[in-house]
Write a protein that binds this ligand. Sequence first.
Ligand SMILES: [Fe+2]
Length: 346
Amino acid sequence: MVRFSDIDGIRGKAEGQDKNADHRSEAGEFRVDDTQTHTEELVSEELVAESASPEVAGLYEKFIGKALETRNRVLSNQGLSPSPILSDLHHIINNQLIDALYEYAMSDEADYDELVVQNVDVTFASLKIGVGMGYDTRRLLELGLAAFLQNVGIYRIPEQILKKEGRLDKSEVELIRKHPEVGAKILLELGSRYSWLVEVVLQVHERSDGSGYPKGLKGPEISELASIIGLMDMYVAMIKKRPYRQKILRPNAVKYIIKEAKGQFPPRILKVFLNQISLFPVNTCVRLNNKSIGRVISTDKNQPLRPIIMLLYDGLGEKVGRRETVNLASNPLLYIVDCIDERRLD
Ligand SMILES: [Fe+2]
C-alpha cells in the first residue's frame, strides 16, 4: 500500500499539466471544423466505451466479498484458505476476463473500505501485467494469489494510523513498515507449500534501487512477482480517490512512475506496464491542440497517443450539440495536449 503522504511531495508534478509532453509538438492551431471529423452515430462495437457485463460486475463484487472475509479472518485470528481464491482466479484466467475486470476495477468508485478495494484492484491490475509478461496459467495464479493476499499484515495496524491525515510520526512509519513481515507471519501458517507466497509478500515493498523495505533488497534479489505487485500497488493507489485526497489522472500517474520511480522497478516490467496500461484509456477527458475538449471512446494499442475522441466542447469552449467524433489516427495535425479532470468541465 502507498499512503498518499509518501507521494505528497510529487503530487504537483503528477497532477500538473506537463507543458513539455513529447507528444505535444509541431502543429499550429486550427479549428476542428477544418479537419476530418465524423458525425455519424457510433454503431461499431469498438467505438463504444466498454460497459461492464453483469458477470464482470458480479465477479468484482465476489472478490470484494472475499477480501472483506480475509480481513475479518485476519482480525479474528482465523486461518486463511487460498483454495477458493485460486478457484475464482482460475475462472477469470480461463475465461479471459482479466482485461474486463481490470477496466472495471480501475473505473469503479465503490464505497467500500479502501484497503479492501485496493487489494482487489491490485489483484486485477497485477494480472494484467502478468498477461503482458506472457505468464502461463500457473504463474498467473501465483501472481493473482500473492497480489490478493499481499497486504494481510496491514489489517493488524490500528485504523487511526492508516487513516491519519498528514505526516506520520517516526514510530507510526516504523509500524507501517512492519506490515510485510506481519503478513508473512500470517501466511507462514499455510505451510511449506506456500513458502513462495511468504517470500513474495515480504518483498512487495522492496525496490530495485534499494530504497524499499523491510530489507532494502536490490535488483534481482527481488522476486519478479513482488516487483509487479509493488508497481501496481503504487499505480492503483495514485489513481484512486481516497477520503483525504482526490485521485491523480491515469496518464499523470503513468508519467510520474516513468519519470520519478523508474529506478525502483525492473525495466522489463516497466516496459510491459507501458504497453498494457493505456495512457489515454477509454473515458479519459482530454484537451486537443486546437483547444477542443473530448472524451476518449476507443483506443488503439498500435497508436496509443492517437485514440478516437468524442467531442464535448469545441475550440471556442462551446458545447458540441450532436455526437461528433475525431479519429486522431487519421488527423495528423491534431494531438492531445492535456488530460483534464471531468469534474472541472461544467
Ligand atoms: Fe503493503
